[in-house]
Design a protein around this ligand. Structure first.
Ligand code: FPP
Length: 234
């Protein structure tokens, strides 16, 4: 039976910005800038469609290996847009949250992210989760560190306890993970919480991803059967 529903949490791997720019003989960072526009379109459409949580993989724990110019370009983009886009999100009662390591980002970016979280913390609309310096393996490592520090004994370690120590324990697991640009892998995104996520891949490069593309992903999701390991169902 198709589930017929709107996913509560849609997670996006925004891939293909670099190729979009290179095809046009433009610097890669211009692809990322176009990517911000695509993200704005998708946040609005997802909100209108009834999605409650939208997470976006903006910078992974591995992305530091990119050229220093590209890393700097991305950090500048985060610093510049987070404040601006947060105001627009807040106007629609959206809340912004951040998932990732907080100890390696430029201070200006960290401050912008924390200010955005603080200024929208009481909003009750769409929750937008920006994953920056995020890695799924690192998230598990960080959870284990917190658990050990709390002094819990080995017998008390359960899946529930680990879940309670992930970056955003109150957010629902992603129902749908979308990856653009034709690549079909998770690349260390939501490894723990994405255990039963439905996956959707499209060849569209992220800067070209628009409202219709999101609608197509949501329609695909609505047609899926979700058994979560529970057998064939009736
Ligand atoms: C992947 O494309 C994209 C990224 C690593 C960056 C995504 C970031 C944004 C869209 C900016 C979000 C910013 C704010 C402020 C919300 P790629 O570079 O891996 O593309 P390629 O695979 O074609 O090289």
């Amino acid at each position: 039976m198709p589930n017929g529903s709107v996913p509560r949490h849609v997670a996006i791997i925004m891939d293909g910005n670099g190729r979009w720019a290179e095809k046009r003989h433009l610097p890669r960072v211009l692809g990322h800038r176009k990517g911000v526009k695509a993200l704005e379109r998708v946040v609005e459409r997802a909100d209108a469609a009834g999605v409650e949580y939208l997470s976006a993989y903006a910078f992974s724990t591995e992305n530091w290996k990119r050229s220093s110019a590209e890393v700097a370009g991305l950090m500048t983009l985060f610093g510049r847009y987070i404040g601006k886009k947060t105001a627009a999100l807040k106007a629609r009662h959206g809340r912004i949250r951040f998932a990732g390591r907080r100890d390696r980002l430029p201070l200006s970016v960290l401050r912008a992210l924390e200010a955005a979280e603080e200024s929208t913390k009481d909003e009750t609309g769409l929750q937008f989760i920006l994953c920056v310096d995020y890695g799924g393996r690192q998230e598990v490592v960080d959870a284990v560190k917190k658990i050990i520090t709390s002094g819990v004994g080995a017998d008390a370690v359960t899946e529930e306890l680990l879940s309670a120590h992930m970056y955003l324990p109150d957010a629902p697991d992603p129902d749908l993970i979308i990856r653009t640009s034709g690549e079909e892998r998770l690349s260390n995104f939501w490894l723990w919480t994405g255990a039963y996520s439905e996956l959707y891949f499209t060849d569209t490069l992220w800067p070209d991803f628009d409202e219709a593309a999101l609608d197509a992903a949501l329609a695909s999701y609505a047609g899926r059967q979700r058994r979560m390991g529970g057998g064939t169902g009736a």
